[in-house]
Design a protein around this ligand. Structure first.
Ligand code: HEC
Ligand code: HEC
Ligand code: HEC
Ligand code: HEC
Length: 508
């Protein structure tokens, strides 16, 4: 009897184990089928809508969608109150937030006070080029309309066309899922710098180059052209200033040689260059870049799910998953490594603050000298110091994460920025003395309000116009895009955080 019972229990266990095994085989088979469900030769209809990729690549899609997490919006102008003074006369003095997930990229651009409040396709402060690093609809438009037409006109021209935030079709071919670069400016830049094009690069290099479509320094190059009807037009083509290489000095020389400026500083009348987000260039100078560690190695580490290994598409802060992002290569404890990274940020912030203070004061002192009658000739050298100092500072800080990607280069640039600002200020003491203002002390800019006042920014008026735009033209854009099948209404749910008080200008 006991024997029989044992036998029974034994077979039950065996049956249970076999069922488990079978279900695990079934599970693997399902995964295999799923993984092979690639759209192969047909491609994906409506590939700009990332949801269309979900049925073929559910894991990549689900993790990509998680870039929606972490919705906090940090108002950098309130944190670093020098910024409105440094950017006086330029859009960034109005509104500037810390970058957040790719899910928000497009709506954050629409909500920014920088893109203004257009009332039709032809109004507003920004050119079409401002959409370029926000959406897979951009490569589509470049293919459909031609690059020069795409880069011609006002930002609002494409409000009903550029409607999906950064997604699959920005980085992948829809037939093979291979990595792909879909904007022409990157290869042109690489060639100008004497570097390999995307196609010539190794697979490992491509794992960074897809990010370099957007996380690079660029400017809008004025390009006259004639359309099919012979009408003269001018395009502002996104161009990487890499003809002298990707070093900051190389780019600065490039801009100086063509006498380029993004804007004239409102207070000091200096012809300024705004750095964009030269993440790729700075990363190249750091130890990880030098050793061939790619952006994707840290920001998109592999995840093992059963027998399936895939890349985590929740591009975000690698320090939140150090076991996957760092510990494959590093042997110290996570806590120790995190502490080392934290020290790097403290060092950068130390020099960053000194640089911002000095640059801000130098702009205001130059403004005072002008008010007292100093001539452009007297201020020429000072303005060159300001132009170079601020560009070097900006390259170090606008390259987000540079304190970690390239700590030595970041500190070198900030030191150089400080030196330029100090040079300007030493010269300014003399000029101010000559005009009888030896004891001049620049006004405070220790709150965002004070700094924006000095920069001549009327936040309330800008916010009111923006709100009106959001209730009118923006609604029409979305309606039309949905009606034409370019946008799935559900895909941007939760992206517009303005009404949640998640905004620097519509606080609740
Ligand atoms: C099509 C342009 C584009 C591409 C390609 C792109 N990015 Fe971004 N990325 C952006 C923009 C724009 C933002 C800022 C979004 C915002 O703040 O709304 C951003 C934000 C980020 C952030 C901040 C996220 C956070 O949660 O703080 C990281 C990190 C990042 N990108 C890394 C990468 C990496 C790594 C790659 C390549 C695998 C890449 N990006 C490719 C445009 C791009
Ligand atoms: C910012 C660029 C970027 C975006 C956006 C992006 N991917 Fe990827 N994807 C990558 C990189 C980098 C890899 C790693 C490729 C490699 O090493 O072969 C990758 C890998 C993949 C792979 C190969 C298997 C794997 O997981 O490693 C698939 C399939 C894939 N992505 C699908 C998608 C889908 C679907 C979307 C949209 C929901 C998407 N990707 C969005 C950059 C991107
Ligand atoms: C060795 C790992 C590693 C590599 C390689 C790497 N990053 Fe990072 N990245 C980090 C870490 C760590 C941070 C800092 C996160 C923090 O503390 O905010 C960061 C920060 C960033 C940020 C700023 C995020 C924010 O919210 O401020 C961006 C954008 C970014 N990286 C993009 C890139 C791009 C683009 C590349 C390739 C050109 C790259 N990273 C290569 C680890 C890496
Ligand atoms: C693919 C391998 C790889 C990955 C992934 C990687 N590292 Fe590294 N890391 C290296 C190498 C190689 C060096 C150079 C030092 C050496 O050769 O011993 C290095 C150096 C460092 C250093 C010292 C250099 C400096 O800049 O001061 C720090 C700190 C560091 N890594 C942190 C991180 C963190 C944090 C992560 C994850 C976000 C990370 N690493 C991910 C390979 C990697």
């Amino acid at each position: 009897m006991i024997k029989f019972k044992l036998l029974l229990v034994g077979s039950l266990v065996a049956i249970g184990a076999m069922a488990l095994l079978a279900s695990s085989i079934n599970e693997k088979e399902k995964e295999r089928v799923e993984l092979n469900k690639a759209p192969s030769n047909a491609g994906i209809v409506g590939k700009e809508k990332s949801e269309e990729w979900a049925k073929y690549y559910p894991r990549e899609y689900d993790s990509w969608k998680k870039t929606k997490e972490g919705i906090e919006l940090t108002d950098v102008l309130a944190k670093d109150t020098q910024l409105p003074v440094l950017w006086a006369g330029y859009g960034f003095a109005k509104d500037y937030n810390k970058p957040r997930g790719h899910f928000y990229a497009l709506q954050d651009n629409i909500n920014s006070l920088r893109t203004g409040a257009p009332t039709d396709a032809k109004s507003g402060p920004m050119p079409t080029a401002c959409w370029t690093c926000k959406s897979p609809d951009v490569p589509r438009l470049i293919e459909e309309d031609g690059e020069l037409e795409y880069f011609t006109g006002k930002w609002a021209k494409y409000g009903n066309q550029v409607v999906n935030s950064i997604g699959c079709a920005n980085c992948h071919d829809d037939k093979t899922a291979q990595l792909q670069v879909r904007v022409p400016h990157l290869d042109r830049g690489l060639k100008a710098a004497g570097l390999k094009t995307f196609e010539e690069s190794t697979h490992q290099e491509k794992r960074s180059l897809v990010c370099a479509q957007c996380h690079v320094e660029y400017y809008f190059q004025k390009t006259p052209w004639k359309d099919a009807k012979g009408v003269d037009k001018t395009a502002g083509v996104v161009t990487l200033p890499w003809a002298n290489g990707t070093s900051v000095e190389g780019m600065e020389k490039y801009y100086d040689d063509i006498k380029f400026s993004d804007w004239t500083h409102k207070i000091s009348k200096t012809p300024m260059i705004k750095a964009q987000h030269p993440g790729y260039e700075l990363w190249r100078t750091g130890i990880h870049g030098q050793k061939g560690v790619s952006c994707a190695d840290c920001h998109m580490p592999y995840v093992q799910e059963g027998s399936v290994k895939y890349s985590n598409h929740q591009v975000g802060n690698p320090l939140e998953q150090m076991d996957k992002s760092c510990m494959n290569c590093h042997r110290e404890s996570e806590a120790k490594l995190k502490d080392i990274v934290a020290q790097k940020l403290v060092r950068k912030e130390f020099l960053n603050k000194i640089a911002m203070d000095n640059l801000g004061k130098a702009h205001l002192e130059t403004g005072k000298a002008m008010e007292l009658g100093a001539s452009d000739a007297e201020l020429a050298d000072i303005r060159t110091n300001l132009r170079h100092g601020q560009f070097r500072w900006d390259m170090a800080v606008a390259s987000h994460g540079s304190f970690f990607h390239a700590p030595e280069e970041t500190l070198r640039l900030l030191a150089s920025a400080n030196e330029q600002a100090q040079q300007a200020r030493i010269k300014l003491v003399k000029v101010l003395a000559k005009y009888g203002a030896m004891d001049y002390v620049a006004p405070d800019f220790d709150t965002k309000e004070k700094a924006q006042k000095l920069a001549g920014v009327n936040l309330e008026a800008l916010a009111a116009e923006k709100m009106k735009f959001k209730q009118t033209l923006e609604q029409e854009w979305k309606k039309e895009a949905i009606a034409k099948g370019r946008l799935n209404a559900s895909s941007y749910e939760g992206a517009d955080t303005i009404n949640d008080g998640k905004s620097s200008w519509n606080k609740k």
